[in-house]
Design a protein around this ligand. Structure first.
Ligand SMILES: [Zn+2]
Length: 382
């Protein structure tokens, strides 16, 4: 998929995870892997804290260094042509990947915000900090496309090349390299690959699962809104305190907002749960265990992966959408053998909250067909 660089803002929440960046760097054979990992970790830490999308900055690194293969990166950890001008290479380098990330973000900040207090403590790392400001380019860059035209680079294809890296990074399985699950016979392994075309959007609305906790159930929802874009805006708004791992659109397009190793904020609401699903009864009891740390209490999200289908309760769901929900479910079952393929583990939101979410995902949502399609038992409530 192509991304138009005029539509990619430099400021905003991360549009890919650090794990995706790392997987991309590994897949492309980046050199100095420990420093690449440190560079990525600091981009995501400092960039996210200061409001810069680290995925865009990492994509810029990929273009500048040939994904960590250039002489400037390998010999002196220069991540983005810092100090390299048409007049020649001034030989600027860094001791660590962490410093390289700080310098790159600091230099970028002059273009985006002029003097950005978030980076004042790192100014010494950037030998050419004043250059963009002297040229009148302070706070002149909003979108990725604005970095071309002689500002960061003169190459007219500069922004488009970065956008190509960004598109590839966003669609890498967020969990990193594909996991393997044993098959029934012969000891061969079967990779658990996400459905093709899955697009990563990302949000800050999630929390880490408790130490060692794997997902044990999938909960299905309906968005009650026919616009994927509205749902995306809602999930990416920190004020909504809401998210889901996956949203499947009416045409079958799948967007991911939270990595499945983390807990999304979709069904933390327990109200009159179904009493005849033993796993659910046990999970609710675990939520109320006073031995749990307070943040884990009363929160079923810790145990679940959540899939939203764009639609209205009671209205039919298109076949293309249902097929993709099934494909996603099949992937999750292969990736997490802790999720058992039966009705007792493949839940409706209304199983958890019959009071205010009795409509979710509603009678027209073909959960029975989906369970059959993934080879599970729709009658097994255990
Ligand atoms: Zn719901």
């Amino acid at each position: 998929m192509k991304i138009d660089p005029t539509t990619v803002p430099l400021l905003g929440p991360p549009t890919a995870t650090a794990a995706q960046a790392l997987a991309y760097a590994r897949a492309r054979g980046a050199q100095r892997p420990q420093e690449v990992a440190a560079f990525i970790a600091e981009l995501w830490r400092l960039g996210t804290a200061a409001g810069y999308d680290p995925a865009v900055v990492f994509a810029q690194f990929c273009d500048e260094t040939g994904v960590g293969g250039s002489a400037a990166w390998v010999s002196r950890l220069n991540p983005g042509g810092l100090g390299v001008t048409d007049a020649g290479d001034q030989g600027i380098g860094f001791r660590t990947g962490t410093d390289a990330a700080r310098a790159m973000l600091t230099h970028l900040s002059t273009y985006v915000r002029g003097y950005d207090p978030a980076f004042w403590r790192y100014i010494d790392l950037d030998a050419r900090y004043l250059e963009p400001l002297k040229r009148g380019w302070g706070a002149s860059v909003r979108a990725l496309a604005d970095l071309g035209g002689g500002k960061w680079a003169t190459n007219p294809r500069y922004a488009a090349q970065i956008a190509d890296h960004l598109a590839a990074i966003r669609v890498i399985a967020p969990e990193g390299a594909a996991a393997s699950a044993p098959t029934g016979s012969g000891g061969a392994t079967r990779p658990a690959e996400p459905p093709p075309g899955l697009i990563w959007f990302g949000t800050g609305n999630f929390h880490p699962r408790p130490e060692g906790q794997r997902p044990e159930a999938i909960v299905f929802h309906v968005t009650d809104d026919l616009s994927f874009s509205n749902v995306r805006t809602h999930f990416q708004n920190p004020g909504s305190r809401a998210s889901a791992h996956f949203v499947v659109d009416r045409d079958g397009a799948i967007g991911q907002f939270v990595a499945t190793i983390h807990a999304a904020w979709t069904n933390g609401d327990i109200a009159n749960p179904r009493p005849d699903l033993p796993w659910l009864v046990g999970a609710v009891a675990r939520c109320h265990d006073p031995a749990l740390r307070p943040t884990a209490r009363g929160n079923l999200n810790d145990f679940c992966v959540t899939i939203e289908s764009v639609g209205k309760p009671g209205q039919p769901f298109p076949a293309a959408q249902v097929e993709r929900v099934a494909a996603l479910t099949r992937y999750l079952l292969a990736r997490y053998p802790t999720i058992l393929p039966r009705r007792g583990r493949l839940l409706r939101h209304s199983d958890i909250n019959a009071v205010s979410r009795g409509y979710c995902p509603g009678p027209s949502f073909p959960l029975r067909d989906i369970i059959l399609a993934v080879g599970g038992d729709p009658n097994d409530l255990s």
